[in-house]
Ligand binder design. Structure first.
Ligand code: NCD
Length: 305
């Protein structure tokens, strides 16, 4: 018998939530429910497989915590590149086919840009993209947007500034895609010239009539934004970022004093975000990381309830 078509088949890219505002609203409503202590056992008897080919702390553990809190079980491998049958030459599609038989949903992080789509093509259970190369990180975009709404009261009509390695940072790309689905005042991309945001994102924003500027300084346009989204240099993705001085894209304690908007960071941070900022009321990044749990619980709830 053919299984009925689910409302949410897979979570592959951020845009799919912008295309379906009703679904996005449902994610946020459920996230709020879980944030306020709401409970559900929608995953009882069900298993999440976390298949991570790249390092992770927040994403993997919050997915696993979400599944456990919803009454489910968890199986997985945290360094799949090292500890799974990949070492023996197994392809990603074969691994996904096998895990589809052991688990009811797969959270996948992989270095290839199209890994999630490739996995979804052969999976018989939902695939959740938990980070695909330098391409997308849709659940991060959802928790970022949720955090922006909580910190600013809305995620529309804002000036949002992104700072750092915008060429390789998948969180910025996913969030820019999602923000671009809604009317915004302006997006500011602040990065070294050789680490600018990809043309595909700019084309997409142009198509949608979203105003944006690119700058190679962390200046007034960034400091006056409603949201300042800091990111680290993705040194593991680009040899040229090693041993270079990026201190002009660091938010120091002194500079942060003139930021009125919410300061976000997907974490982990390096030296681009001074820990002295942590106690400022607009330092939202630890709240942002916590929201990851609620948003991932909401997604699993939509898949299983
Ligand atoms: C991000 C990632 O993996 O892309 N981390 C995360 O999931 N919160 C950001 C990063 O690694 O810089």
């Amino acid at each position: 018998m053919k299984a009925p078509k689910r409302r949410l088949q897979h979570v592959l890219e951020a845009q799919q939530f912008g295309n379906d505002p009703e679904l996005l609203g449902e994610v946020f409503k459920l996230a709020q429910f879980f944030q306020k202590g709401g409970e559900s056992d929608c995953m009882r008897g069900r298993i999440l497989a976390s298949l991570f080919y790249e390092p992770s702390t927040r994403t993997r553990l919050s997915f696993e915590s979400a599944a456990l809190r919803l009454g489910g079980g968890v199986i997985g491998t945290e360094s799949a590149e090292q500890f799974s049958s990949v070492v023996k030459g197994e392809s990603l599609p074969d691994t996904i086919r096998i895990i589809s038989a052991y688990a009811d949903v797969i959270a996948l992080r992989h270095k290839d840009n199209n890994a999630a789509e490739d996995a979804a093509r052969v999976a018989t259970v939902p695939i959740i993209n938990a980070g695909s190369g330098a391409h997308q990180h849709p659940t991060q975009a959802l928790l970022d947007l949720y955090t922006i709404e909580q910190e600013c009261g809305t995620f529309e009509g804002l000036t949002v500034a992104f700072v750092g390695d915008l060429k390789h940072g998948r969180t910025v790309r996913s969030l820019a895609y999602l923000l671009g689905k809604f009317p915004q005042r302006k997006i500011v991309f602040s990065s070294p010239v050789d680490l600018r945001i990809g043309k595909d994102i700019k084309d997409y924003l142009d198509e949608r009539g979203v105003q944006y500027v690119e700058t190679d300084i962390l200046g007034t346009e960034v400091l006056q934004a409603d949201v300042v989204y800091m990111t680290r240099m993705q040194t593991e993705r680009h040899a040229s970022t090693h041993n270079r001085d990026y201190s002009q894209f660091h938010l120091t304690g002194r500079v942060a004093r003139s930021v009125r908007g919410a300061i976000l960071h997907p974490l982990p941070r390096n030296s681009e975000l001074d820990p002295v900022i942590d106690t400022r009321p607009n330092a939202a990044y630890f709240r942002q990381a916590r929201n990851g749990l609620y948003v991932r619980m909401a997604l699993l709830h939509i898949l299983f309830a």
